[in-house]
Ligand binder design. Structure first.
Ligand SMILES: Nc1nc2c(c(=O)[nH]1)N[C@H]1C(S)=C(S)[C@@H](COP(=O)(O)O)O[C@H]1N2
Ligand SMILES: [Mo]
Length: 375
């Protein structure tokens, strides 16, 4: 436990550190305007790679299925592709999304709020493969191990995570070899990755090397130490599992290059975005143009997939002046988005509402410049 906290120190100053910048340029978020597409185009989906992207020779690569099974398997990619295939649209979001807005800021991948994407994943059912291997009765958890290796929390490790056997055997859990109809690119887990609809990103292990059935849980670093919601360093915390609801909007108008402040013409200004939750269906999306003091219902479109985000729209009219646009989602399990940050030591599960600053007024830039010159 102590190692985690040493590695994940907190910083008070708003400046980004070189180490955070290094992570930020390796791992990109989805440009927020890509919320326009129901299926996130390949290359715009967010990326999170803890260590290095492994180079895989698919002619020698095999997936090992072992541990507490009666028939251990070693399977080639061709064998996996010859099994029944299924394509699912699934919204993936990193558990650390929003972390960089916390104060003090936990040092890790500094996401602002756009570590999300909705892709069409093609693969084969995990449960059918485990059925072929015949799980022993005493197996309780399934461990998924990636080919990537590194050091985190001063511990050398493969990237690996586990799921309780009941979650792992759900019908929608896939071993995926394609994204948006294309073979998985190296950065998204070539040749094979796990897809667990509804769960935060860390669950979807990339570059799979082995699947192992175990009993009495799994205490690997990424499972037992990282990805816990805790506010005190001596707490064990609560494990991060399914995605909390979030709505995001496509910022309207045009941006200022550095600040991303938006400029729009006064008048009708249609707003669109997407909303998702891994804990229930999206039940409502509300929009505010006054920083969250008053809210109005947005119109919701039917979900294109039970595991993907849902489009929403709002017919906003921009009055001349400055506006603080916000949006918030609720799901049918009663989860909502807070206005304030949900501070915790790792900066996980933070689903505070998005805020977009908009200036409405023709040649608003000129108006602002003139105002700046006033004595
Ligand atoms: N093997 C391996 N799998 C991994 C990771 C990793 O570093 N190594 N990162 C995880 C995390 S934290 C996230 S958010 C998702 C990101 O998936 P993407 O890069 O395909 O969007 O992959 C998960 N699977
Ligand atoms: Mo993540």
């Amino acid at each position: 436990m102590r190692e985690v906290l040493k590695a994940g120190s907190l910083i008070e100053q708003p400046e980004i550190t070189p180490e955070e910048l290094q992570l930020a340029v390796r791992n990109h978020s989805m440009p927020v305007e890509a919320l326009h597409y129901d299926v996130t185009p390949l290359g715009l989906h967010y990326l999170l790679i803890h260590f290095d992207i492994p180079a895989v020779d698919v002619s020698t690569w095999r997936l090992n299925v072992g541990g507490l099974v009666q028939h251990p398997l070693q399977i080639s990619l061709d064998d996996i592709k010859s099994r029944p295939a299924r394509t699912l649209a699934v919204t993936l979001e990193c558990a650390g999304n929003g972390r960089a807005r916390l104060s003090p800021r936990p040092q890790s991948q500094p996401w602002l709020g756009e570590a999300v994407g909705n892709a069409e994943w093609t693969g084969t059912s995990l449960w059918a493969l485990v059925e072929d291997a015949v799980a022993r009765d005493d197996a309780t958890d399934v461990v998924f191990t990636g080919l990537d290796r590194g050091v985190q929390g001063e511990i050398e490790q493969q990237y690996e995570r586990s799921l309780p056997i009941g979650e792992a055997m759900r019908d929608e859990v896939l071993l995926a070899y394609a994204i948006n109809g294309q073979p998985l690119p190296p950065q998204h887990g070539f040749p094979l990755r796990l897809i667990v609809p509804g769960w935060y990103g860390m669950t979807h292990v990339k570059w799979l090397r082995s699947i192992s059935l175990v009993k009495d849980g799994f205490d690997g670093y990424q499972q037992a130490r990282a990805y816990h919601f805790r506010t005190l360093s001596d707490e064990r915390g609560v494990p991060v599992t399914r995605i909390l609801p979030r709505a995001l909007m496509v910022p309207p108008g045009i941006p200022d290059f550095m600040t991303r402040t938006r400029f729009v013409e006064p008048g009708p200004c249609p707003i669109e975005g997407r909303a998702w939750s891994g804990r229930g269906a999206i039940a409502g999306v509300e929009f505010s143009s006054d920083g969250g003091m008053t809210w109005s219902d947005a119109a919701l479109q039917p979900a294109a997939s039970p595991f993907g985000w849902r489009r929403w729209t709002f017919a906003w009219t921009a009055e001349p002046g400055e506006h603080d646009l916000c949006v918030r989602a609720t799901d049918d399990a009663g989860n909502a988005q807070p206005l304030e940050q949900n501070w915790n030591l790792e900066g996980v599960q933070n689903n505070a509402v998005q805020r977009v600053r908009v200036v409405a007024g023709s040649s608003s830039r000129e108006v602002q410049k003139a105002a700046d010159r006033e004595p």
